[in-house]
Design a protein around this ligand. Structure first.
Ligand code: SF4
Length: 358
């Protein structure tokens, strides 16, 4: 079966081109069509000889993802459920923000696995179980799909484009490290998509070996930790991988990551009513992160997959934020995007799977 072109590295594409008895510079042209001009078919690549296009079409497919279902929120967030070649599904969200200059910025929230092995009780993906890792191409194609849509939408106007990528969709990115990193390298490469590494963020539930490995990488990709609790007892429940990598290992790994890379670590803290949102828990969070160059994103949670975990009321969210700021912890309050469209991780896919089983 032909391979998908986005599953190949720059070197593999060069090798493929040479193996087809074509000059090596054709690889660069081909990459330009796939990653810069965002071609939807081989036929579009009109500056490539027809004979080459036919040969490459015999060896590789251009598209992996099939959009199955789309929802759009009032805040401009678009979420798509994609079908994969083996019939499985993943979801990807495009979020639209208005910047201070009045222009729009776009962030795509990318999935790295079908389902997730971590099983956080508030997360719909966590309740679906784990099915498989995504390939590099399946990760990359989520970005290319939205980049193409923005390009099509903005024809004739100033180009709208993907400004940031967050690996924060379905799955634990660091549990699929090799495919994730191959995708990041291609998305960053000047021969590929060409997005700066600093515009990409990996969000992890706290896989310590992956954080250590990331600290040794050359590309300056951002790191975000889904923390959500300040003691092991609660974190074992909210983020079950904590049983394997408790806070006493996770927080030092983050300190080491900063020492190695000089990059500030972000901590995600979703506030749940009466669970992790008290004044004393805010103090415990400040104690835990004391002296670490970091930023806390407080998340006013979406409606969750678990009845007992409900969003904190607004005044408590503000008090929590204030308590952290008083202790010198920089933090911002992030509203969940796309509240009206099942934008919480895995919610759209859950609804689709339920309908399918009926
Ligand atoms: S929150 Fe993230 S790590 Fe936890 S189950 Fe959901 S996708 Fe997995």
């Amino acid at each position: 079966m032909p391979e998908f072109i986005t599953n190949l590295t720059v070197k593999q594409i060069k090798d493929l081109v040479v193996s087809l008895n074509e000059p090596a510079y054709r690889a660069k042209q081909l990459l330009g069509w796939v990653y810069r001009k965002l071609a939807v078919s081989w036929d579009e690549m009109t500056d490539l000889p027809l004979s080459f296009r036919q040969k490459i079409a015999d060896q590789a497919n251009l598209h992996i993802l099939t959009p199955i279902h789309e929802v759009k929120a009032k805040d401009g967030t678009v979420k798509i459920l994609f079908g994969l070649p083996d019939g499985k599904t993943v979801e990807t969200a495009l979020m639209k923000f208005k910047a201070v200059d009045g222009k729009h910025r776009y962030t795509v929230c990318v999935s790295t696995q079908v389902g997730c092995p971590i099983g956080c009780p508030f997360c719909a993906t966590g309740q679906q179980g784990f099915e498989r890792n995504l390939t590099p191409g399946e990760i990359i194609d989520q970005v290319l799909y939205f980049a193409r849509r923005l390009q099509d939408n903005s024809k004739g106007r100033e180009g709208e484009k993907i400004d940031n990528i967050v690996f924060m969709g379905m799955g634990e990115p660091l549990a699929n490290y090799d495919a994730l990193w191959q995708a990041i390298e291609m998305l960053n490469s000047k021969d590929g998509f060409g997005l700066s590494a600093r515009s990409m963020t990996i969000s992890t539930s706290g896989l310590v070996p992956g954080i250590k490995r990331l600290g040794g990488e050359k590309l300056q990709v951002g790191l975000a930790i889904s923390l959500h609790a300040t003691d092991d007892k609660l974190r074992n429940q909210l983020v079950p991988v904590n049983k394997k990598y408790p806070l006493a290992e996770l927080v030092p790994a983050c300190r080491e990551y900063f020492a190695q890379t000089g990059r500030r670590v972000s901590f995600e803290y979703a506030l749940f009513d009466g669970v992790n949102d008290s004044f004393s828990q805010a103090q415990a969070l400040a104690d835990l992160l004391q002296g670490l160059n970091c930023h806390v994103n407080l998340i006013s949670a979406n409606s969750t997959a678990n009845q007992t975990l409900q969003p904190s009321p607004g005044d408590r969210v503000l008090s929590f934020q204030q308590a952290l700021q008083t202790r010198g912890i920089t933090c911002t309050l992030r509203q969940s995007r796309g509240q009206d469209i099942d934008a919480g991780c895995g919610q759209l896919r859950s609804r689709f799977l339920t309908q399918k089983s009926r």
